[in-house]
Design a protein. Structure first.
Length: 349
């Protein structure tokens, strides 16, 4: 049995929809507390295949986690669940400490107890971020040995969870692997994140808020390429090792937003969408640039991203155009409140 945590979130849902199709004889269980960022609709495809069950569990609740792992006795664990939005972590870091640090600790402890030092055939795959490495100047790229230097409460909690996973490997010989990846984009991403927010605001004719001058640089990874990398590292990577995963697509934020305007104009016939761009005060402690060197995973496992940014962006815009029901279902009252308070009412969803 394969346990997937956070399977109702963006990457977890894409992973489950893909893995249940590719591996129909495997049995999956999706464990998710269903925060504002989660949506059961995102995993309907996986659930309809009949090889994916769902449990509503809070990883921050140690007792619940222990009982569930004792009962399910998973062979493999793919740990996606986390609070993930940097801006929210700046406003209220507490929940990030509970879900990302304590949640990971509870899951590690429960697996250690149930696996009882019999690591044969067991896999614990911890999904993490390149944000743990901090920020880069105009040149260079993060490698797996780059010193951790997280800037936001979000990245600090992810760094802490990575350290816990590594410590379990060193101390107990625990069979874990970590992947640290760059910014993901694709279907089912909650529209508080840059790419879906801009797509939906373009469609609604609302302003396109860009932090600072839009010159911060990120590397962009199409989520299906990421899912493929996770599966390959989990099955062919070495225990106790970290692998960086990137999309080979470094872009300035402003160029991402302009690119979205162009694709939405092409696909919908709308015009002059770049006129909607508004520059808003920069995020405190905003990291300048992330770039990721993923030559280790290429060399040792033979993984490379197969989607160019232009292909991935077109697939993503098309998906949001064709899935308006999903979009409506995530634009809850909580989402509206967040957008209204965070952008001081400049954007009215
Ligand atoms: N999205 C990205 O660009 C990106 C980049 C690098 C790394 N990551 C990492 O990938 C993982 C998945 O990211 P995502 O973008 O899919 O996140 P997301 O915010 O879309 O989904 C997170 C999921 O975790 C669940 N969750 C949160 N707290 C929980 C708890 N206490 N117990 C059980 N479930 C809980 C939520 O309900 C939600 O379904 C995270 O660990 C994140 O740090 C994401």
């Amino acid at each position: 049995m394969i346990l997937v945590t956070g399977g109702c979130g963006f990457i977890g849902a894409n992973f489950l929809n893909w893995a249940t199709r590719e591996f129909p004889h495997e049995k999956f269980v999706n464990l998710d507390v269903l925060t504002y960022a989660a949506n059961r609709m995102s995993v309907r495809e996986a659930e309809e295949r009949g090889n994916c069950d769902f449990r509503q569990i809070d990883l921050a609740n140690e007792e619940q986690v222990r009982e569930t792992i004792r009962e399910l006795k998973p062979q493999k664990v793919f740990h996606f669940a986390a609070e993930t939005h940097v801006d929210r972590s700046i406003r209220d870091p507490r929940i990030f400490v509970h879900s990302n640090i304590l949640g990971t600790f509870h899951l590690l402890e429960a697996c250690r107890e149930v696996w009882g030092n019999h690591w044969e055939g067991k896999v614990f795959h911890h999904v993490s971020t390149d944000e743990v490495y901090g920020s880069l100047g105009d040149t260079g790229a993060f490698v797996e040995t780059t010193a951790y230097d997280p800037s936001s409460p979000y990245s600090a909690t992810k760094a802490a969870s990575d350290h816990l996973v590594n410590a379990y490997c060193h101390t107990y010989g625990f069979p874990a692997k970590i992947t640290n990846c760059s910014n993901n984009y694709g279907p089912y991403q909650f529209p508080e994140k840059l790419i879906p927010l801009m797509i939906l605001n373009c469609l609604a004719g609302k302003s396109l808020p860009v932090y600072g001058e839009g010159t911060n640089v990120r590397d962009w990874l199409f989520v299906w390429d990421h899912c493929d990398a996770i599966w390959k590292v989990a099955h062919h990577g070495k225990n106790g090792e970290t692998y960086n995963i990137g999309g080979a697509s470094e872009k300035r934020n402003i160029d991402i937003v302009k690119g979205i305007c162009t694709v939405v104009e092409e696909l919908t016939g709308r015009k002059n969408l770049q006129d909607l761009i508004t520059f808003v005060p920069d995020r405190p402690g905003h990291d300048w640039r992330y770039a990721i060197d993923f030559s280790k995973v290429e060399r040792e496992i033979g993984w490379l991203p197969s989607t160019t940014f232009e292909q991935g962006l077109r697939k993503t815009v098309t998906w949001y155009l064709e899935n308006s029901k999903w979009v409506e279902s995530v634009q809850t009252g909580e989402y509206r409140n967040w957008i209204a308070t965070h952008y001081q009412g400049e954007i009215k969803p």
